[in-house]
Ligand binder design. Sequence first.
Ligand SMILES: C[S@@+](CC[C@H](N)C(=O)[O-])C[C@H]1O[C@@H](n2cnc3c(N)ncnc32)[C@H](O)[C@@H]1O
Length: 209
Amino acid sequence: MREFIYYSRIAPTAGNMIREDLQASGRIDIAVHAVIASFFLSHKFRTDVKLHLVFAGPPDPQKHLELMPVIEGKTGIDKIYLSKKNVSGVIKRMLYKYKPGIKNEVFPGYWIEKKGFLELVKELHEQGRKLFILDSDGEDLRKAELPADPIFILGDHRGLPPKEFKRLKQLCTPVSIGKRTYFASHTLAVVNNEIDRREDGLMTTQHPN
Ligand SMILES: C[S@@+](CC[C@H](N)C(=O)[O-])C[C@H]1O[C@@H](n2cnc3c(N)ncnc32)[C@H](O)[C@@H]1O
């Protein structure tokens, strides 16, 4: 099991703010790409991934959307249909179905609640989970020791805000996928690949230079 937390400072916190232009809708396009990179393999859906989206944009921050989609059973009853084409629609419906005071399971394996980013991270840390911040200055992911159920935190197009980043560094280990700055979704795909390789017994060759 692996988990990702994607934090967006500007992603909207109400369904009616997600319009056709996803970029102009608080960069929901990035969250959509993060969902795709988290769960979709070619002709296969990952069932060992949980994705947390934390949106801190207007009008009612912060919202925690948790996704671990159920894929067995009858569509419309036991599960919903999730394809690469309808991710923004699913996020929009989750936001519409937010209910104050509860963690609402909107569809099987999709929850929404009001919760802040640092509160979520602290909660997971207190549960004894090992958290990693994805940061280009961190330890090389390829050399990092990972537990069986790691959690990785990613920032939006502007990165993680300095105040939150400072606090995170006290609770999490920074890990890097290289010196260049990648899209959040690409970073997520690389992390998924690194864990896949380890699970599949493919160790990375260490070159002298
Ligand atoms: C588009 S990047 C953010 C760019 C932003 N200007 C910055 O410098 O942080 C989005 C997220 O991807 C992750 N990321 C990008 N490149 C990375 C790298 N080389 N190693 C680890 N994480 C990376 C970070 O979590 C980052 O917050």
